[in-house]
Design a protein around this ligand. Structure first.
Ligand code: ADP
Ligand code: ZN
Length: 191
């Protein structure tokens, strides 16, 4: 795809869980590194999925990332020579991540953010929708529906193997919670 060379801009990679967002983010950041650009990646502190210091995809591909607990911390790590900033799991930040991304892009930095566009209810997730609105480039990825094999754009939450209810608490003590990629038809939310 044609991209600016001399200006900063915002790219967003969205989709459900397992759609390859982290993989795509890692791919873009690694290519920037091959091009000898100064790259720094961030992820929210709460995401300890596999590793503290890395963005890790479900297929095991990794890139080093700084865990941060607020969007503003990004400024402390972005020195004058940084050309590319990656942000994974962007849905877990507060809305001020949008202002940070705009500021960085205005300073000439390429900002690549990846994250969930919808929560398990199929509703817009955190700051991601706002980031899409201000981005130059958006790629919406699909996973594979675990039930029927069609493209999946939603994330199914399961509690003890059963579809989660709309108002089930976010933290469930003692329950086994899991997530699946599912299409519109196979995605279930019990009321
Ligand atoms: P995301 O960041 O969107 O959660 P990842 O980049 O971490 O996704 O992982 C994508 C990888 O997950 C795929 O390349 C594939 O190997 C694996 N995978 C597991 N389940 C699925 C699924 N239902 N649909 C597509 N890929 C899947
Ligand atoms: Zn399906």
């Amino acid at each position: 795809m044609y991209r600016p060379i001399h200006h900063g801009y915002i790219e967003v990679v969205i989709g459900p869980m397992y759609s390859g967002k982290s993989e795509e983010l890692i791919r873009r950041l690694k290519r920037a590194k091959i091009a000898k650009q100064n790259v720094v990646a961030f992820k929210p502190q709460i995401d300890n999925r596999y590793s503290n210091e890395d963005v890790v995809s479900h297929s095991g591909n990794t890139i080093n990332a700084i865990p941060i607990s607020s969007a503003k911390e990004i400024y402390e790590h972005v020195k004058d020579n940084v050309q590319v900033v990656g942000i994974d799991e962007v849905q877990f930040f507060e809305d001020d991540i949008v202002d940070v991304a705009i500021n960085l892009a205005d300073q000439g930095i390429r900002v690549i953010a990846a994250g969930l566009d919808m929560d398990f209810k199929g509703e817009p997730f955190g700051p991601t929708p706002k980031l899409l609105a201000v981005a130059e480039f958006v790629d919406k990825l699909q996973a594979v529906c675990i039930v029927c094999g069609e493209p999946a754009h939603r994330t199914q939450r399961l509690i003890n193997g059963e579809p989660a209810r709309y108002d089930d608490p976010i933290i469930l003590v003692g329950a086994t919670e899991s997530y699946e990629a599912r299409c519109r038809k196979c995605h279930v939310i019990d009321n």
